[in-house]
Design a protein around this ligand. Structure first.
Ligand code: FAD
Length: 659
């Protein structure tokens, strides 16, 4: 409970404006557009009805500027990449619509823009934006999902006809899970091994028509519906096979690799590995969007559960005839409020990430190192944000009891829809490995064709070199970390610098340990074993890194809050984000002597205290997310429970005498 004289209180509108951030106008616009029965969440639709509804909604969006933000102004776009991500996030009224939009204007349109050249932009982008050309992003194959470098679809150049022949050589090479394929897609960006003059040049993307204007599947193309899924059933995912399908040479999205009429291959990037990763890197927006979409789903679930927990009552308060509101129970607060704190932290991290993405696009290309760093951060944030959303939505579902299980209250659908966010746009475990590897070195281009062991040792060497350079900074950190334990004062657990130092120290320590282990491997060791034996360590390093980044983003977000009362509340939320993480990871901190047992117990006590201090502000903190009531849609979040209790009170039925 707030202490006497406590000035902490939330100015909801001011906080909403702050959270709306750099693309506040886009978020406000989305709140206006996504209104009325057309966009109200619906449940109980058949797969066919749901798909039809989402397609209609997408056509409605195509008539607004939400469709145009991410595209080049020369072709009718707005050139606002950051705005396109913000618009995507706002489609929380139905995550199928969010994903379908992401496929059309993010993945499909985004790939044409990023990998194509002027001819492709002028020819296709206007139709992509208007939805005259519904499309697919056909990368994944049945045999290869995470390891896309080994896709098996081929695109073989035939100089006699000036065409590519796109072919599915075997069942492993069929395109699988492809959004927009089963029903609506007419054109697909197809990723295939490019072959010319008998030589392979690695994975490239080509535009391949799959249906005609009437929606009839074209000759040489076979499409199969993936059928009902656990969630996202408004999206028509399908499988595609190509049998010697011929497309003109101009179908190749040729920004990073081209084939001349005589079949000669050329590319501005000589090293095939670098070329491949550069091409993939240009598609980073998809991952960032998914992280933001997951964040909005978590916010929606929290808004429903906290509104409900505030009014729902269970069990009499001893010595009184009134029942206790769920949100007054410490155990209840502990389930929802640390999740709320982390949701805020991830929000600020997402905002920073989108800004960096946007500036990278707007102010000219980032240098290679900055681009790699952006990709690694995006991968890490996508992984932690989507896992957080899945966990949080489940927690919220349980926190609403039986009512949380009813479709009308949205939580089951949110849970089912976000589940796969952990898998698509890069499986989370695989993404965290990318983060871990990139932390060891920022010099990936120097790897050339080193084998995995050579690469690991090179990376470890680079990393240890930079550790030595950082010794001065380290000793400061050490002093900070070691100064705190044992003093037992709750105030210094709430010290932002101490929290920062603790998380940074964990990140450094885990990384240094990893680098040493890699470095210590004997020269004749099996390269696979060396890397595989430290896989858990790589994942931990990535987690520790992302945890620190997310915390830093939250801390700098808090510092931007001008209203004193609001800042006082959000400061506590930031403390809760930091300390609930420390509590969750306390085994590591204890094992490594970073916390004494007494200090670890003090962390738990402070988490409890923070939960109770934040309880009166919980409703304001979710209201500041700015979610339209009609998106929440859940009767339990919109007064049904209060109305029931009022009715009971009016009938003067004593508590406990209803049956
Ligand atoms: C609903 C839905 C929509 C999709 N939409 C599209 C789309 O529009 N376009 C498109 O191209 N693709 C799409 N996908 C495909 C999606 O991107 C892939 O499913 C994803 O990349 C994972 O690939 P996979 O399914 O082959 O899993 P796998 O790569 O086989 O992974 C399976 C498991 O193995 C683990 N694993 C893999 N490699 C390692 C490793 N090195 N170390 C440790 N563990 C490992 C992973 O963590 C995972 O848990 C979609 C998928 C779904 C389900």
């Amino acid at each position: 409970m707030p202490q006497h004289g406590d000035t902490a209180r939330v100015d909801v509108e001011a906080l909403r404006d702050l959270l709306d951030g750099r693309w506040a106008a886009v978020r406000r616009r989305a709140r206006d557009i996504l209104r009325g029965p057309e966009f109200t969440p619906r449940y109980g639709l058949s797969v066919a009805e749901h798909r039809a509804r989402v397609t209609e909604q997408l056509h409605a969006l195509a008539r607004t500027d939400l469709a145009r933000y991410g595209f080049d102004p020369r072709y009718g776009g707005r050139g606002e990449v950051g705005a396109s991500v913000a618009a995507f996030e706002m489609l929380v009224c139905d995550l199928s619509l969010m994903v379908k939009m992401g496929v059309q204007w993010g993945l499909f349109g985004g790939a044409i823009q990023a990998l194509g050249t002027e001819y492709h932009h002028a020819t296709y982008l206007p139709g992509v934006m208007s939805l005259e050309i519904p499309g697919c992003f056909a990368m994944t194959e049945t045999g290869h999902g995470s390891d896309v470098q080994r896709l098996r679809t081929t695109a073989t150049f035939d100089p006699n006809t000036d065409e590519f022949v796109v072919h599915t050589p075997d069942e492993a090479a069929r395109k699988d899970y492809i959004g927009n394929a089963a029903r609506d897609g007419r054109l697909a960006v197809v990723f295939a091994q490019l072959i010319t003059g008998g030589q392979r040049h690695g994975v490239h993307a080509l535009l391949v028509p799959i249906r005609d204007a009437d929606g009839t599947v074209l000759p040489g193309i076979r499409i199969e519906d993936c059928g009902p899924k656990a969630g996202l059933n408004g999206v028509d995912n399908g499988r595609i096979w190509f049998t010697q399908v011929r497309v003109p040479r101009t179908a190749l999205l040729n920004r990073y690799g081209d084939v001349a009429a005589d079949g000669t291959y050329s590319s501005p990037i000589e090293n095939p590995n670098r070329r491949f990763f550069t091409m993939l890197g240009t598609l980073v927006r998809g991952r960032i969007s998914v992280a933001g979409g997951a964040g909005m789903a978590a916010k929606t679930a929290l808004a429903i559960a906290i509104r409900y927990g505030q009014v729902r009552r269970q069990f009499l308060r001893p010595g009184s005839d009134s029942e206790v509101a769920l949100l007054d129970y410490l155990a209840y607060q502990r389930r929802l409020l640390p999740a709320l704190a982390r949701t805020y932290a991830l929000h600020f991290a997402q905002e920073e990430m989108v800004s960096r993405l946007h500036d990278g696009f707007t102010d000219g290309p980032l240098d290679e190192r900055a681009q790699r760093e952006l990709e690694a951060h995006a991968a890490g944030l996508k992984a932690v944000a989507t896992w957080h959303a899945v966990d949080t939505i489940q927690t919220c579902r349980e926190a609403c009891g039986g009512a949380g299980y009813l479709a009308e209250n949205r939580l089951p659908q949110l849970r089912a829809d976000t589940d796969v966010f952990t898998t698509f746009e890069g499986d989370n475990t695989v993404l965290l490995q990318l983060v871990g590897k990139s932390l060891l070195t920022n010099y990936r281009q120097e790897f050339g064709n080193l084998d995995p062991l050579g690469m690991a040792k090179f990376a470890a060497g680079q990393f240890l070199g930079t550790v030595i350079e950082r010794t001065a900074a380290r000793s400061l950190l050490d002093r900070l970390v070691q100064a705190a334990p044992g003093r037992g004062d709750e105030d210094d657990l709430r010290n932002r610098e101490w929290q920062r130092a603790l998380l940074a120290d964990r990140e450094n320590h885990v990384l240094e340990g990893l680098a040493r282990r890699l470095r210590a491997a004997p020269a004749d060791a099996d390269p696979f074993d060396v890397v595989n034996n430290v896989q858990d360590h790589v994942l931990l390093a990535a987690r520790a890194h992302v945890d620190r980044l997310v915390f830093e983003a939250f801390a700098s977000g808090v510092a931007r809050i001008e209203d004193e009362g609001t800042r006082a509340v959000v400061e506590r939320l930031c403390d809760l984000a930091a300390l609930s993480l420390v509590e969750q990871e306390r085994a590591w901190f204890l094992e490594h002597g970073r916390l004494t047992p007494a200090r670890a117990k003090a962390v738990t006590a402070t988490v409890n205290a923070l939960c109770q201090e934040l309880r009166p502000h919980a409703r304001d903190l979710v209201d500041a997310f700015g979610l339209n009531d009609e998106w929440l849609a859940a009767p339990i979040a919109l007064g049904a429970e209060t109305a029931r209790q009022d009715q009971q009170a009016r009938a003067r039925v004593p508590v406990g005498a209803e049956t």
